[in-house]
Design a protein around this ligand. Structure first.
Ligand SMILES: Nc1ncnc2c1ncn2[C@@H]1O[C@H](COP(=O)(O)OP(=O)(O)O)[C@@H](O)[C@H]1O
Ligand SMILES: [Mg+2]
Length: 245
């Protein structure tokens, strides 16, 4: 469904590319965890998947069609099909839980409707359903700034869910949470992933989480792919190859 062919990204002025000659493909049902040290190119890689980061060389394809050959409209459609979840949650602190979740529908609406905050009652119902799905037990009208980290990440996942995504992308979504909360959020992501038969590609800094939840692990070092395999194939030696100086 998603394919990287000889993809490199070099930032302006950088001596070396941030990701180098990546060849990978991802199919529905795969829950992929991406490992690598800080600076290895994980965020750059994740952002290439839906075109947030343009590639310098090579091609990213969705269903055999290259992102660079798509019209603006088709590119927006790709973004809409991608639910993104970040470490910093990227929520609007002074808005309520339900308002934040409804922003997940922005890709589906005309810009004046977004500006005026116009949502139908069925859209509001969908938001409430998403709150239930992520088992968030706070008042929907509460401001997001008053929630805990784990609750905020549940809001961010609910927002991604109402987009009705085909793909989940996560950029260290649990890095700021305590280990227990991180594991609960990961189980929720995995459960949702399985129910909806998505492609999920998630950066993690915690190898334990990757081994527990991933169906496939890939690892980057200095922008290069150095591992692509099953969690049970990921051993001590690989761990050292990724994280040792
Ligand atoms: N916007 C940018 N401009 C220039 N260099 C960048 C930019 N973003 C990342 N880099 C560099 O690209 C490399 C990979 O970064 P990144 O993809 O953020 O890695 P990771 O997410 O694994 O920490 C690093 O050397 C980083 O400094
Ligand atoms: Mg990063």
């Amino acid at each position: 469904m998603i394919k990287f062919e000889n993809v490199s990204v070099k930032y302006p002025g950088a001596a070396e590319p941030a990701i180098k000659d990546l060849n990978l493909s991802f199919e529905r049902g795969e829950f992929v965890c991406v490992l690598g040290r800080s600076g290895a190119g994980k965020s750059t890689f994740i952002r290439c998947i839906n075109g947030l980061q343009p590639v310098s060389e090579g091609t990213v394809k969705w269903n055999e069609k290259s992102l660079s050959d798509m019209t603006h409209k088709e590119n927006l459609e790709i973004r809409r099909k991608t639910g993104m979840i970040f470490q910093q949650f990227n929520l609007i602190p002074r808005m309520s839980v339900v308002q934040n979740i409804l922003t997940g529908l922005f890709g589906y609406k005309k810009s004046y409707q977004n500006l005026l905050g116009l949502f139908s009652s069925s859209e509001r119902m969908t938001a409430i359903e998403a709150i239930q799905q992520v088992e968030l037990t706070v008042e929907p009208t509460r401001r997001v700034e008053n929630l805990s980290g784990g609750q905020k990440q549940r809001v961010a996942i609910a927002r991604a869910l109402i987009q009705n995504p085909k793909v989940f992308l996560g950029d260290e979504p649990v890095a700021s949470l305590d280990p227990g909360t991180a594991e609960r959020i990961f189980s929720l992501l995995k459960e949702t992933h399985s129910k909806r038969n998505l492609v999920s590609i998630i950066n993690v800094h915690d190898v334990g989480l990757a081994k527990k939840f991933a169906t496939r692990i890939i690892a980057l070092r200095e922008g290069k792919l150095i591992f692509d395999g099953l969690p049970e194939q990921f051993n001590e030696e690989m761990y050292a190859a990724i994280y040792n100086q």
